[in-house]
Design a protein around this ligand. Sequence first.
Ligand SMILES: Cc1ncc(COP(=O)(O)O)c(C=O)c1O
Length: 436
Amino acid sequence: MTKPSIESAAPELMEPLDLNWVRAQFPSLSQRVNGRPAAFLDGPGGTQVPQRVIDAISDYLRSNNANTCGAYATSRNTDQMITGARSAMADFLGCDVDEIVFGPNMTTLTFAISRAIGRELGPGDEILLTHLDHDANISPWRALEERGVKIQFADIHEEDCTLDMEDLASKITSRTKVVAAGYASNAVGTINDVKTIVRLAHEVGAMAYVDAVHYAPHGPIDVRELDCDFLACSTYKFFGPHMGVLYGKREHLARLQPYKLRANTNAVPQRWEWGTLNHECIAGITACVDYLAELGRQHVAPDAVVRDGRVRAPASTRREMLQSAYGAIQAHERDLMKHMLPGLAEIPGLKLYGISDPPRLASRCPTFAVRIEGHTPLELATRLGERGIFTWDGNYYAINLTERLGVEQDGGFLRIGLVHYNTVEEVDRVLEALRT
Ligand SMILES: Cc1ncc(COP(=O)(O)O)c(C=O)c1O
């Protein structure tokens, strides 16, 4: 029997996002600041967590707190819990369990991989990066300049902050050994054509490293479909604890040589995980993936069916439920964007950086970088903060981009970052506050 392909449920089979249910999962969303409800429009810096994540972390600490590989109950439970979290992330990314590496954050994991790849590189080799990326996908690769590796940069189209794919393609040559690019920009929200970037890299035998940190809360990830060699994300950006997760093709995780302790196992993937991991947070990772799966289960219409060999619904595996979750999340986020963009356009003196035309919403996340004449981003963020509206200001480490756009010396941007638990009312509140 052919396995049905796993795709998001068709839109007509999706229930609209039940925001009451969603928001009730996140205890922090009910906080108040200066007498007003807190509006968390700071998702790109880190999202809030559902109660089940908080419970999983404290349950682990209460009942199973131990180191790994011991010959007693709590240690064995810890081993099992970590295997369970690997399986959750394998479902999340669409890979096998032994291709999941845990680490403190995406930056640390990226340094681990860049150093290991760097051992094989030298003068004459090149690495291609982009001006759209977060510095965590730039500096770890630039560190290899000390080995004589040449770093190239793909440019952007300034008018809409999209990648200049022609420029990118022209800089991929037989000398290119790695192409490292973001799935989506944490500053301006652009979603990149990662599949094409991976293909272009592979055409010259280069490896493709994808930073999916900003994309993960907004869209489903399928590493097999992308065919990327590595993909990194951070669970604290998609409703989980402060941890990083790396997918690596098994062949690379087995062949590349990590800098590691002798006593550390050589088994894949553990040879990439050094020292003691943050077990309580790993327990929270399974809970965060299960939250999203539950959201998917709840948001597929009960009369949905399997048609044309495609799983429409009801989803049966966790990965299918995750796909359904992202169908509901994307529909809601598009509604928020449709509300936000015309509102921003009406604010005198406001300049939006990034894609603004409604037909192209599929190419952006609901992450808005703006500047308003006569006010610094810090001033705007501070005044919004006083009204209980949490946004961010500065470069958010997308420093190549703020430099490229000439706003670095003027305080960068004000960033309004929406995720699926945000509401139209919150969008109205921030628009009203910016207007005044
Ligand atoms: C797009 C992007 N990449 C990488 C990072 C770095 O992630 P981490 O904090 O897990 O190292 C961030 C953090 O903001 C990010 O937004």
